[in-house]
Write a protein that binds this ligand. Sequence first.
Ligand SMILES: Cc1cc2nc3c(=O)[nH]c(=O)nc-3n(C[C@H](O)[C@H](O)[C@H](O)COP(=O)(O)OP(=O)(O)OC[C@H]3O[C@@H](n4cnc5c(N)ncnc54)[C@H](O)[C@@H]3O)c2cc1C
Length: 453
Amino acid sequence: MTDRRRVVIVGAGFGGLAAAKRLEREDVDVTLVDRHNFHTFLPLLYQVATAGLNAADVGYVVRGVFRREQQVRFRKDEVVGVDWDARTVDLAAEGPVPFDHLVVAAGSSTNYFGVDGAREHAFPLYSLEDAVRVRNHLLSLFEAADSEPGLVDDGVLNFVVVGGGPTGVEVAGALVELIEKVLEQDFHDLDVHRARVILVEQADRLLAPFSASSQRYARKTLVRRGVEVRLGTAVERIAVDHVALSSGEVLRTRLVLWAAGVRAGVLADRLGVEQGPGGRITVGDDLSIEGHPEAFAIGDIADIADDSGGRLPQLAQVAIQGGTHAAEQVLADIDGRPRTPFRYHDKGTMATIGRRAAVAEIPRRGGRARVLHGGAAWLAWLGLHLVYLVGVRNRLSVLTSWAWNYLTWDRGPRLILRPEVLPHSPRVEPDARPPSHGPGAPAPLLNPDRAPG
Ligand SMILES: Cc1cc2nc3c(=O)[nH]c(=O)nc-3n(C[C@H](O)[C@H](O)[C@H](O)COP(=O)(O)OP(=O)(O)OC[C@H]3O[C@@H](n4cnc5c(N)ncnc54)[C@H](O)[C@@H]3O)c2cc1C
């Protein structure tokens, strides 16, 4: 027992880790809680889903991050609520954990916008489990088509990506590369060129947060590489074997990737605090939660106003800078110093489309953003992601995979892991296939294990 202030941090994502790192050498006791025992580098999830990287390359064990810092304790547990009067955080397994200061950094979750069938049949990409599930399913569909080519007519090799933001663009670009350059060589008897990647976006442009020239570049590059881009088109219904679009088109498919939107993590709904758009927690300019000055919300789960009256985007840098800021407010309280308002320093945004193709927009003081397209932006994207990846081993492993992939077009982790290994993987068992694939036949290659949420 010590009389040091107890700081509980919920979530070991970008924001939570930054807060804990800022406090690791200070005179406070930190308890960092996450439902996973690892930090996930979400920006590279799509490369796990498309067999570019191993799952272990983008996850890093939280205990490893703080193995030398005695005052940071880690709890692998689910936070299910907060008792504001008792000042305790409720952990599903361990029960109440007391705090003097609380930092809520529980991120966001998939937003299906109420689209019929999306929750049941679409594949989200928001966790490492999601990414491995997508990879399993994707590769299983190719195996199924190889052993029963008639399934291609049923849309087994049609891949629909919903949402033309950075994640949708990245995943669509990576999918065509995987199919055209890698699987084409793996499957000798299957005409993999019959595979289609269809990117569906409700707005009339891709990459909404980027400039018009970057949007045009992204679209042109994707189309040139073989992606079918449907702009101004909404997804109205998703079923086990098709997607219905607002244009009236019905696409037969067994893999719909949902990259269309996020909302605040479900924990936000359980705290009894004020919430803004997308369920995000309303915070003051010091990032403290309205009505609870001892608690802060940061990153994706927080609704943070920007200088122009809008809201800060859900980006890694917002979370990292917010985490550091919240930790500094805790230290200011302890030292009796006044708190300071959060100022976000925009370092720019990037999205990659595939090999030697990316867009990068870097703000310049008092002027228009510097806009890069193509190889230079791609190199900047690679470099930046390596720098921010947690762990030297992970960086080396990712660098090696990228270099190997670049030189040989050989992607390593094309493993289909059995459901016994990953319980939520969709099962694509040969005996689950229907006897025929004519009209009205039961849909093969289901996605039976989709967990809600
Ligand atoms: C596929 C994808 C690609 C992206 N690409 C980019 C990109 O290129 N550039 C960029 O800037 N941003 C990108 N983002 C957004 C960026 O990853 C997020 O803005 C950032 O992760 C937010 O950090 P955070 O700390 O708020 O939440 P997260 O990093 O999501 O961390 C939240 C943590 O909280 C844990 N958690 C949640 N609920 C609980 C609970 N109840 N109990 C215990 N633990 C809990 C989770 O397990 C998780 O570890 C991407 C996001 C996704 C999904």
